[in-house]
Design a protein around this ligand. Structure first.
Ligand code: PLP
Length: 440
């Protein structure tokens, strides 16, 4: 079967077929796990040709591997892109994607609502490399924050933990007016719910550790690109380089493929965050059921969001399926198949209610992760966002009573029963109060 079938196939079909053929030597139907550091050269001439990039065979697993390449083809097909680069973690993917664009003296405009790891990367690591960042808190900020040195926009399609949905076409239009690409972290939406490249984004990144793998047993990350953006305004891609024998990336690969070829050949392979072919295999196993899982997890999340909102212990629920959520209208336009499986719930009883809730769950797992087949709960203010000041937390809407839930594949009635138990526990005396009573 060709990698790219002649007729466009639907998402569910692509997720089990795209990019993988039966093994030509053994007939193995499932992509084998090629655990090997390097690949044999038939002779002197083949070694020379591979290093010169004249022969596209494999050389060394840090640069490419047949198991990893099959998963990359599938991920590109699922995102509606042309190329994918599978890496060891989501953090590796977004670091590589952005360092393929930005260098010292450049400026990034990023959404204010971001995964904490991304925010830390920009504020601490990128700052030391001479890359400046500003955060856009509202739709008008993107235009306002652009400087002559701005080289990229970065945002999450559905942002953790308040579920703000990115208006991809609107932000892409501002980016393109200034000649810069929009990079979207699509971890929370997955390509099943949203394919940002089809709405004007230029580069998509994911933590494959979350929904793409789905089973919660392996880490991975991916960078996916299309051919919509013209990279000829980027000096590092238009200047002659030694590695290409004195021509530029744009000369060799054209203005639309220069970025992905440079990012794979120079950024990822030099920084070195390769994925193990075994983990690539695990990501592929997960991908084969992606649409089934995400449709069900998203539907259960919506049901639980409505159920929680009706409870007296609950002040607010953040899920874009709810009509009063600030992103509801954008979600209706961009996310017709569902608004995601992660939601936040804020308890009236504040931090002590949150503590009793977290300690009372029996089915939800206390863990920092999302997109798992199991439902998970975490209290951001005391864990993921503990190092932020109280003021910063409140500005991003992380109240002391806010909990983040990632909904898995359990039966919804069992999850409701567990939430019921946890909410009932919030009426009990706080743990400190219990201690005082025991001691008196
Ligand atoms: C988890 C996550 C990351 C980081 O991915 P890792 O695989 O843990 O490195 C980046 N962005 C988002 C939105 C995430 O949820």
């Amino acid at each position: 079967m060709p990698h790219v079938p002649s007729t466009p196939l639907s998402f569910a079909t692509r997720q089990v077929h795209a990019g993988a053929e039966p093994d030509p030597v053994t007939g193995a139907r499932v992509t084998p796990v090629h655990l090997t550091a390097g690949f044999v050269f038939d002779d002197f001439e083949q070694a020379r040709a591979r290093f010169a990039g004249e022969d596209d065979g494999f050389v060394y697993t840090r640069m490419g591997n047949p198991t990893t390449a099959a998963v990359e083809r599938r991920l590109a097909a699922l995102e509606g892109g042309t190329d994918a680069l599978l890496l060891g973690t989501g953090q590796a993917a977004l670091t590589v994607a952005l360092l393929g664009i930005l260098g010292a003296g450049d400026h990034l405009v990023a959404a204010a609502d971001l995964y904490e790891g991304s925010r830390g990367l920009f504020l601490e690591n990128f700052a030391r490399l001479g890359i400046a960042v500003d955060f856009a808190a509202g739709p008008d900020d993107w235009e306002r924050l652009v400087r002559p040195t701005t080289r990229a926009f970065f945002a999450e399609s559905i942002a953790n933990p308040k579920n703000a949905v990115l208006d991809v076409p609107a932000v892409a239009a501002v980016a393109h007016r200034h000649g810069v690409p929009l990079v979207v972290d699509n971890t929370f939406a997955t390509p099943y719910l949203l394919r940002p490249l089809e709405h004007g984004a230029d580069v998509v990144v994911h933590s494959a550790s979350k929904f793409l793998a789905g089973h919660g047993s392996a880490l991975g990350g991916v960078v996916v690109t299309g051919e919509g953006f013209d990279w000829s305004g980027f000096e590092h891609l238009t200047s002659p380089v030694g590695v290409l024998g004195g021509v530029s990336w744009v000369d060799r690969y054209g203005p639309r493929r220069a970025y992905v070829e440079h990012t794979r050949g120079v950024v990822a392979s030099r920084l070195g965050p390769a994925i193990s072919p075994f983990n690539a295999f695990l990501v592929q196993q997960g991908l084969e059921t992606l649409s089934l899982r995400v449709a069900r997890q998203s539907a259960t999340a919506e049901l639980l969001a409505r159920w929680l909102l009706a409870r007296p212990e609950v002040v607010s629920v953040d899920h874009a399926a709810l009509p009063d959520h600030p992103s509801h209208a954008v979600a209706q336009r961009l996310l017709p198949l569902g608004t995601g499986a992660v939601l936040s719930v804020t308890l009236a009883g504040g931090r002590s209610a949150a503590q009793r809730f977290v300690d009372a769950v029996e089915l939800f797992t206390r863990m920092t992760h999302v997109g798992d087949v199991r439902s998970l709960v975490i209290h951001p203010a005391s864990t993921t966002h503990a190092h932020r000041t109280e003021t910063e937390r409140l500005e991003t809407g992380i109240w002391p009573g806010l909990l983040r839930l990632s909904i898995g594949l359990e039966e919804s009635a069992d999850l409701v029963a567990d939430l019921e138990r946890a909410l009932a526990a919030t009426h009990e005396p706080a743990p400190e109060e219990t201690l005082v009573e025991v001691g008196s």
